[in-house]
Write a protein that binds this ligand. Structure first.
Ligand SMILES: [Zn+2]
Length: 342
């Protein structure tokens, strides 16, 4: 059990603004804001930095993209959104043991229809897809991902690349996922798939819907109870300007209706390093996300806890609050943060 120490930072990021003289509780495994009462009788060290919650890429594939060795522009946390469960679970455990500056979380495998996306893709190892034909198989698959440490469950409904799960199986997966206190994330692609996924219990889209324009009523209903992971930059990387236009239109209206948007790049898909990626920040800004809401989107609201084993640091003399400075933040693990106190 490691001792908790307390440190004051000149600036700390709250949900949507900086606050001066924030005090944090730091153990070897966790950093979080401290309450007044708990640090009242404690020595308080000084930390010469502005502290943000762990800035997160909520859509990456660690089997296909590499993590840089920390440094400016690196993310403090990654949610792997589909891969071989044993492989990603081992990567996450290794990162935890080594007190890496980037904390890793994962969803495990893609749950899909037999022959469905992405089981036929060259980039997807066989164990990264679990084909489901019956309700029993669906329940067992959710249970299996949860058992290896999945923080959410990922399902695919891609009618442009093979068969898709029935409405009934989607609903079974959603019910079992929710019973376990997890959220269901879908890759929805093809006409009507986003709407169908939403109707049958999907909480989160892995990508802003891009294949079709969603009507206003649908967007409004989705904004009331869904989270969308942005992944706008992947269209520019692939030169798919039309897809970007459709996605931007859908996301702009989703944001206007108060929907929760989370930063994600789909690193591994045309982007081989998991970094804070300026084109993704710029595209979110184009969709009407304010600089303060951009920081919020980078904390993976509704997907992961706000605080964890790492934080992101910015210079304490920070004066510029537009989006560009985000790409220069540096992640630090709790145990290494202790070494910086004076
Ligand atoms: Zn992906």
């Amino acid at each position: 059990m490691s001792a908790t120490v307390y440190a004051r930072a000149a600036l700390g990021w709250m949900r949507n603004h900086w606050r001066e003289d924030m005090v944090y509780a730091i153990s070897d495994e966790r950093v979080r804001p401290a309450t007044e009462t708990e640090h009242a009788d404690q020595p308080i060290y000084e930390l010469d930095a502005a502290v943000l919650p762990p800035l997160t890429d909520a859509h990456a594939h660690l089997g296909l993209a590499r993590l840089p060795d920390s440094g400016p522009g690196s993310v403090a946390r990654v949610l792997d959104l589909g891969g071989a469960p044993r492989v990603v679970a081992t990567l996450a455990a290794d990162a935890r043991e080594a007190a890496c500056a980037t904390e890793l979380h994962f969803v495990g495998a893609f749950l899909t229809a037999p022959g469905g996306y992405p089981s036929d893709r060259s980039w997807a190892p066989a164990s990264a897809s679990i084909p489901l034909a019956t309700p029993d198989e669906a329940v067992a698959a959710v249970r299996g991902q949860h058992a290896v440490g999945a923080k959410a469950i990922k399902v695919t409904a891609n009618s442009m690349a093979g068969p898709v799960l029935s409405d009934a199986l989607l609903q079974t997966i959603a019910d079992e996922t929710h019973r376990r206190g997890l959220r269901l994330i879908a890759h929805a692609e093809g006409e009507g798939q986003a709407e169908r996924a939403h109707r049958h219990g999907v909480d989160v889209f892995a990508h802003t819907p891009w294949t079709h324009r969603l009507d206003d009523d649908t967007v409004q209903q989705m904004a009331a109870n869904m989270t969308w992971i942005s992944t706008l930059g992947m269209h520019s990387r692939g030169g798919a300007e039309h897809d970007l236009t459709v996605a931007l239109d859908n996301l702009t209206r989703f944001v206007q209706h108060g929907g929760t948007v989370v930063y994600g790049t789909d690193a591994g898909n045309g982007l081989d390093t998991v970094m804070i990626h300026q084109p993704e920040l710029d595209a979110l800004t184009d969709a009407g996300v304010s600089p303060a809401d951009l920081v919020h989107a980078l904390t993976a609201p509704s997907l992961l806890p706000r605080w964890g084993a790492t934080v992101s640091l910015a210079p304490s003399d920070l004066s510029d609050h537009n989006a560009a400075w985000l790409a220069h933040t540096t992640p630090v693990h709790a145990s290494h943060l202790k070494e910086r106190l004076r």
